[in-house]
Design a protein around this ligand. Structure first.
Ligand code: SF4
Length: 94
């Protein structure tokens, strides 16, 4: 499952959510963001339209962090930064 906020993409490998007992992602989303992630059939889900996700998301990254520490590392968040590849090439960090 994947969805986008204004500038980031959240990808959740739902197979890793099987047997997760914490659902820490949903708790983190309700604590630090605006409750975009909800629990549905034992897995994280979104029920808002793409437009509403883009409007409400604060790009806080808490779901990924909490899933690393208390879940099963099921979440990857892509944060594209314009010009980063060129910068890293220029300064030799690639
Ligand atoms: S914390 Fe991670 S493993 Fe657990 S339900 Fe959320 S995304 Fe899935």
């Amino acid at each position: 499952m994947e969805f986008s906020e204004r500038t980031i993409k959240i990808i959740i490998d739902e197979a890793k959510c099987e047997g997760c007992k914490t659902h820490a992602c949903v708790e983190a989303c309700n604590t630090y963001d605006r409750g975009i992630l909800v629990l549905k059939d034992g897995k994280p889900a979104v029920e808002l339209s793409p437009e509403e996700l883009a409007r409400r998301g604060t790009e806080c990254l808490a779901c990924e962090y909490e899933c690393w520490f208390r879940g099963n590392s099921a979440i990857t968040i892509e944060v594209p930064i314009k010009g980063l590849d060129e910068y890293r090439k220029k300064y030799g960090t690639l």
